[in-house]
Design a binder for this molecule. Structure first.
Ligand code: PEP
Length: 235
């Protein structure tokens, strides 16, 4: 069985004090059966990378520019992240798509930039509740995936209606979409589920045959919850 991957997404949360407490909480708990990574806000990436647990926890960014360098005020390039040892970059998270109007084409360009810099992109795909109710789930995730020249990446199925809402997809709902996505990518592509993963539901979701781990938002901010989720992936 493939080793599961659990990725925490801190979103726009954190402070020196909170990060130190969270990282200390994770410290001394590894090594885990699952691979663990956290995607922190840009200013805190070095804190995660340099934390004593840094060798056990991979780290990633939540976004990056599609451009190599130049007059793009406020942007951070993939090459800059790679220079610091960043392993993963989230691409096309639904909050980027919904709040900042990020398009499939932009996600594709960022995906390519991350790969060109030698890192692993985590492409997020997922339908809104309206799209699910209209029976368009497969159509939407297929469109988001096919827009990208997807190779050597991680795929994350994140139904928009489950992100930060406390309403997770059932294990069966997740499995159905993962099985659909599995047919579209190479067999060794990790496919993560994201959307209100909590210690109480993690084991059942991770037990599904095509769920290779989780992308965890809110629960990754509480050390005990995140560790319980990581442990659920290792059973
Ligand atoms: C996310 O941020 O990608 C996410 C899935 O958030 P949450 O776990 O809080 O739903």
């Amino acid at each position: 069985m493939r080793r599961k991957l659990i990725v925490g997404n801190w979103k726009m949360n954190g402070s020196h004090a909170a990060n130190a407490e969270l990282l200390a909480g994770l410290q001394a708990q590894g090594p885990w059966v699952a691979e663990v990574a956290v995607c922190a806000p840009f200013p805190y990436l070095a804190e995660v990378a340099l934390s004593p647990q840094g060798s056990l926890i991979a780290w990633g960014a939540q976004d990056c520019s599609a451009h190599e360098a130049g007059a793009y005020t406020g942007e951070v390039s993939a090459a800059m992240l790679a220079e610091f040892g960043c392993r993963y970059v989230l691409i096309g998270h639904s909050e980027r798509r919904q709040l900042y109007g990020e398009t499939d084409a932009q996600a594709a360009a960022k995906f390519a930039a991350v790969k060109a810099a030698g890192m692993t992109p985590i492409l997020c795909v997922g339908e809104t509740l309206q799209e699910r109710d209209a029976g368009k789930t497969e159509q939407v995730v297929a469109r988001q995936l096919s827009a990208v020249d997807f190779k050597d990446g991680v795929l994350a199925y994140e139904p928009v209606w489950a992100i930060g809402t406390g309403r997770n997809a059932t294990p069966e709902q997740a499995q159905a979409v993962h099985a659909f996505l599995r047919r579209k990518v190479s067999s060794d592509t990790p496919i993560l589920y994201g959307g209100s993963v909590k210690p109480q539901n993690a084991a059942a979701i991770f037990a599904m045959p095509d769920v290779d781990g989780g992308l965890v938002g809110g629960a990754s901010l509480v050390a005990k919850d995140f560790l319980d989720i990581v442990k659920a992936a290792g059973t």
